[in-house]
Design a binder for this molecule. Sequence first.
Ligand SMILES: Cc1ncc(COP(=O)(O)O)c(C=O)c1O
Length: 430
Amino acid sequence: MSAADTILERYQAVMFPAAVPYHGDAPVVVDRAQDQYVWDIEGNRYLDFFGGVLTVSVGHCNAEVTERTIEQLKKVQHTSTIYINEIMVQVAEKVAELAPGRLQKCYFTSTGTEANETAIMAARMYTGNPTVITLRHAYSGRSMTAMSLTAHGAWRLGGVIDPYIRHVRNPYTFRAPAGLTPEQVVDLCVQDLEETLATVTDGKIAAFMAEPIQGVGGFIVPPADYFQRVAPIVRAAGGVFIADEVQTGWGRTGDKWFGIEHWGVEPDIMTFAKGMANGSPIGCTITTPEIADAVKGLTFATFGGNPVTMATALATIEYIEKHDLKGNAAVQGAHLRSKLEELQAEFPFIGEVRGMGLMQALEFVHPETNDPDAARTNAFLNAAKSRGLLLGKGGLYGNVVRISPHLNTTAEDINAACEIIAAALGDVRG
Ligand SMILES: Cc1ncc(COP(=O)(O)O)c(C=O)c1O
């Protein structure tokens, strides 16, 4: 038995079966990683184009970031929020400086789930309304509230669901009723929102929450005016607008710091996690002074604002800024996109190429019917892995390949990845 198989067997003996790794019976057992590469314990090297789910934003063990993490680790590791540390204030100041509009009060936690919990709690306390509207195909995390917000049946476990959360149609143009133009899809979504408000709410809501591009949903990019159409309806119902930037934040979508900035809507609350700290556990909720003030009473997160995490976050954000990685995400994202479109022309089972910046996806279909093809997607991901490239999976139907290299990726890495993608597409051509 190989060393990897032995570890897999031990893993299966002591872990919840629901914690399923990628690649079936042959998961990657990671030994180490550096910059764009990951090595497994057998010494195989992989080019990482998923970044631990869009989390390693500036490369594995990035030298500049890691040095600052270690410096802080030696200075003070943990105090909890019952004491103040300056580095937490520095990160909050930086987030407030970069965030759009009047967003300037932060609350730190350790995960995107908690960032979203904080956002929903704040919206409910501010408005006095319990109802939250969110989108089908959303993924919001794994607490009970976050699973209630999530609209992928498979990710909603435990049966305890928040009764005040309503899901409306998402602007998924590729899978909208046949023949509708993107404009008509937006009309349909807006109509669904209005009908939902009129039928299953009392007309008053706490919030509308959405990912600017749905991540786990399969990098679903809305038509450009979708959020502009939705925002006034949300506000007329007394609700605040929450942008879940857990995947789209920190330059990922190219040219802008945050995904929502592409859509011309000023959010009242934004939530962050993942790429904000290059792999250190972080959650952050930012909002306006009025909304933050409405959160009255006691609330506490032991690891919120942890100095080591904060040092890593500050180093990561400064690295993105210093190297203009949101600019790089736009340039390299366009390069990646054009190569993927060339491949689409060659492989008819790629139904759609979509995304923004360094958040690009391929939706696999049965070409004759356009129905989702999850089996070929899995086979493709395994083929890419065997050839030394790590990619992600997503979509309600498990038929979307998610491609999200580190923000400091290069044209050479993209060319190398696309060569492997082309070969792996050939492997599964059938
Ligand atoms: C958009 C979005 N929001 C929230 C979460 C939850 O984040 P976490 O897994 O850190 O709790 C995720 C995780 O994938 C996500 O993609």
